[in-house]
Write a protein that binds this ligand. Structure first.
Ligand code: NAP
Ligand code: ZN
Ligand code: ZN
Length: 349
């Protein structure tokens, strides 16, 4: 198969920093769209993956699944996109399209889904390579439209942080009259605050960083609780309809289960590599439930982008050069992200 070379940043082992490299992209097939990447958000999953914290990374690894770019070529059969259009690509680049999950628009649960990085590349062999690169080729059904009124760099994180928080809040029918907690003010958490507020809920942000209080209120939280303060936590006991946990590391999940009302739900979207012990009593008393959620399917991702266009919602970002990525990872580990790093891909030329 013919390929084109593009510049990229990759990790060659779990302990090596990311560094400049060149990778191959396929020539567009009739159903493909070729995209020049303008911006790519930096998700904590990129760090988990680059460092093999989930134990499935194959090297070289090119992370990046919050992609905004411009269409530079389309295959002969492409109907939805034209050269020059601004588009997005999230965590998925393909799926089986025939299983019940795919037919229902839940491609993220397809057992044959192809992730933007870390899956098997059906066309070229080897692993799929993500958005820390100048360009990507994606089948048109997995390419998303970006509302024209949104700042493209600040829209990039919607493709993962946005849909990952939008989807569970919609699934659990969050709206006016409900009290909602968001745990962790990082990339996902700050989008969770914005969406929960936009849906009309009373929003409480839980943080381990007291210095983020003013930002959380500005982003839309009605209240901020410093989770290390036992008195502040006790004051919230038994009062929440729903809590969304977006923490990237080990923490005490039971402390949050205890804050739910009868029949309240705690949904986990954070993906720490170590198991989180769940005690029986916080669940069985008051019939509480604990569940998880994974990104969102293509139809819901487009719905979320359109909602963001209508309500002018984007991420609060810090634009970085590609060569600042290793420093950005270190800052992410210190919870020092305000509130998503986005790579300006012009810096990779
Ligand atoms: P992030 O920007 O690094 O934010 C994580 C936040 O968690 C931090 O800002 C911090 O918030 C809090 N935190 C970090 N360490 C903590 C600790 N030891 N104890 C308590 N709180 C801590 O990360 P992200 O990109 O939002 O991703 C969050 C997690 O979601 C990652 O594990 C990522 O892999 C996962 N993820 C899952 C999905 C999915 O589909 N389910 C999609 C994308 C990402 P405070 O400073 O406010 O405490
Ligand atoms: Zn992500
Ligand atoms: Zn499928």
């Amino acid at each position: 198969m013919n390929t084109t070379k593009v510049k990229a940043y990759s990790a060659t082992s779990a302990t090596s920093p990311l560094a400049a490299t060149t990778i191959a992209r396929r020539e567009p097939t009739p159903s493909d769209v070729r995209i020049e990447i303008l911006y790519c958000g930096v998700c904590h999953s990129d760090l988990h993956f680059a460092r093999n914290e989930w134990n499935f990374t194959q090297y070289p690894a090119v992370p990046g699944h919050e992609i905004i770019g411009r269409v530079t070529a389309v295959g002969s059969g492409v109907k939805k996109f034209k050269v020059g259009e601004l588009v997005g690509v999230g965590c998925l680049v393909d799926s089986c399209r025939t299983c019940p999950d795919c037919r229902d628009g839940f491609e993220q649960f397809c057992t044959s889904m192809v992730m933007t990085y870390g899956s098997v590349d059906k066309h070229l062999g080897g692993g799929t390579l993500g958005g820390y690169s100048q360009g990507i080729v994606v089948t048109e059904d997995f390419v998303l439209r970006i509302p024209a009124n949104l700042n493209p760099a600040a829209a990039a994180p919607l493709l993962c942080a946005g849909i990952t928080t939008y989807s569970p809040l919609r699934h659990w029918k969050i709206g006016a009259g409900q009290k909602v907690g968001i745990v962790g003010l990082g990339g996902l958490g700050h989008m969770g605050v914005k969406f929960a507020r936009a849906f009309g809920a009373h929003v409480v942000l839980f943080t381990t960083s007291p210095g983020k209080t003013a930002d959380a209120l500005r982003l839309g939280a009605h209240e901020v609780v410093v989770s290390k303060d036992e008195k502040q936590m006790a004051a919230q006991a038994g009062s929440f309809d729903f809590i969304l946990d977006a923490v990237s590391a080990q923490h005490d999940i039971n402390a949050y289960l205890n804050l739910l009302k009868r029949d309240g739900n705690l949904t986990l979207v954070g993906a720490p590599n170590e198991p989180l012990p769940v005690a029986a009593f916080p669940l069985i008393f008051r019939r509480r439930s604990f569940s998880g959620s994974l990104i969102g399917g293509l139809p819901e991702t487009q719905e979320m982008l359109d909602f963001c266009g209508q309500h002018n919602i984007t991420s609060d970002i810090e634009l970085i050069r590609m060569d600042q990525i290793n420093e950005a990872y270190e800052r992410m580990l210190k919870s020092d992200v305000k509130y998503r790093f986005v790579i300006d891909m012009a810096s990779l030329k």
